[in-house]
Design a protein around this ligand. Structure first.
Ligand code: NAD
Length: 359
């Protein structure tokens, strides 16, 4: 199979970690007879420096006209001040997400047994393990509703509108139920239906879908309770589906439970096969250029690309298994090295080479 991938290395550690993921993709291509053509586009601070904008129209077109997009991370202190807010690095991210219609964000949150010691929950809270998928609505809700600041009774007030239509809720709900069918067949739908009208509508649509997907076990759960249950017993969850802002907060909470931000991949999907795949962490400017970043989140994002955009299941499994083997043999980048015995510290590029050697 031949696939065209638009590659956005971005800023900070972006180029280092993406290079390792590309190495792994080439290894997979060689083994399974696929060709991955790469089209490189500048996005974020590097694009601001070259073109004055975080992504050019031409770059955006290249993201639209490919089979999938692989992203490192964007941003850094260099562009935090002195850059017009409408041209900041993150603006490019929002633009790509909305122009490509990436309405579903999938974040698998998995505890690697080999890294259990890194979890802030230690043994008690993770007795049932931790392997859940957060399905977050990405292009609606309060982040995209009307924002305004205005004067009222002699003082300043501000409001942000949380707005959802039935079809927006239904399409993300379907992603969640379909995902659950391929995993543990369990969906928790998170809302705040005791207070918010948008949540009441959310719940109504989810209940309709739950009847249709009767093979999937379904539960409603309030967002505040979810925040507590994630700490108390995250093992009870399989798929969590929620609106944009709740998902933003809960997915960060969940990823911290694994204790290793550098390990976590993500996928942002459209209604077709085009998706954007990226690790959940940022550009880590504090360690950029030192060849010490953990590339596994990006490598596992590439595996998600194979699974969700290219339907290359065996190939995705091969990458995930290779990562598992490398960890089992005790190889660690510094962020996950801990103090365990029998650990070999490796650099970013050595970690990429090790994963390739297991494929
Ligand atoms: P960060 O995720 O970049 O870093 C937080 C901490 O985790 C740092 O100590 C960093 O060294 C460490 N870390 C992150 N990824 C790592 C990896 N792969 N290996 C080893 N250690 C890793 O978050 P931040 O410092 O808040 O943000 C830095 C910049 O990244 C900011 O400009 C922010 O806006 C941007 N950002 C971008 C994205 C994105 O591109 N999707 C997401 C979040 C933050």
């Amino acid at each position: 199979m031949k696939k065209k991938i638009t590659v956005l290395k971005g800023d900070g550690i972006g180029p280092e970690i993406v290079d390792e993921a590309l190495k792994v993709l080439d290894k997979i291509g060689g083994k399974y007879g696929h060709t991955f053509e790469k089209v490189f586009v500048d996005m974020g601070g590097c694009s601001i420096d070259k073109y004055g904008v975080p992504i050019t129209d031409e770059g955006l077109e290249k993201c639209k006209n490919c089979d999938s997009v692989l992203l490192g991370a964007v941003g850094g202190p260099k562009w935090d001040t002195g850059v017009d807010p409408s041209k900041r690095p993150e603006k490019a991210l929002l633009k790509v997400r909305s122009e490509l219609g990436l309405f579903a964000n999938l974040r698998p949150t998995k505890m690697f047994n080999q890294l259990k010691g890194a979890s802030p929950l230690k043994e008690t809270g993770i007795k049932d393990g931790l392997d859940l998928m957060i399905v977050r609505e990405l292009t609606g809700g309060i982040y995209f509703g009307e924002h305004k600041t205005f004067e009222v009774d002699g003082e300043t007030a501000a409001s942000d509108l949380m707005y959802y239509t039935e079809h927006e809720i239904e399409r993300i709900g379907r992603v969640a139920f379909e995902t659950a069918r391929k995993r543990g067949k369990k969906v928790h739908s998170v809302d705040k239906a005791n207070v918010l009208d948008s949540s009441k509508l959310w719940r109504k649509v989810m209940h309709r879908l739950a009847e249709e997907y009767s093979d999937v076990e379904y539960s409603d759960i309030l967002v505040d309770n979810t925040a507590m249950q994630l700490i108390r017993n995250p093992g009870q969850f399989d798929v969590i589906v929620t609106e944009n802002m709740f998902g933003d907060i809960l997915s960060d909470e969940a990823s911290m439970l694994t204790g290793s931000i550098g390990m976590m991949p993500s996928a942002s999907l459209s209604s077709g096969t085009l998706g954007m795949y990226e690790p959940i962490h940022g550009s880590a400017p504090d360690i950029a250029g030192q060849n010490i970043a953990n590339p596994l989140g990006t490598i596992l994002s590439a595996a998600m690309m194979l699974r969700y955009s290219f339907d290359m299941i065996e190939e995705a499994d091969a990458i995930e298994k290779a990562v598992d083997e490398v960890l089992t043999e005790g190889y660690r980048t510094v962020d996950i090295a801990g103090k365990d015995e029998g650990i070999t510290k490796v650099s970013c590029s050595e970690m990429g080479d090790l994963v390739c050697s297991k494929i």
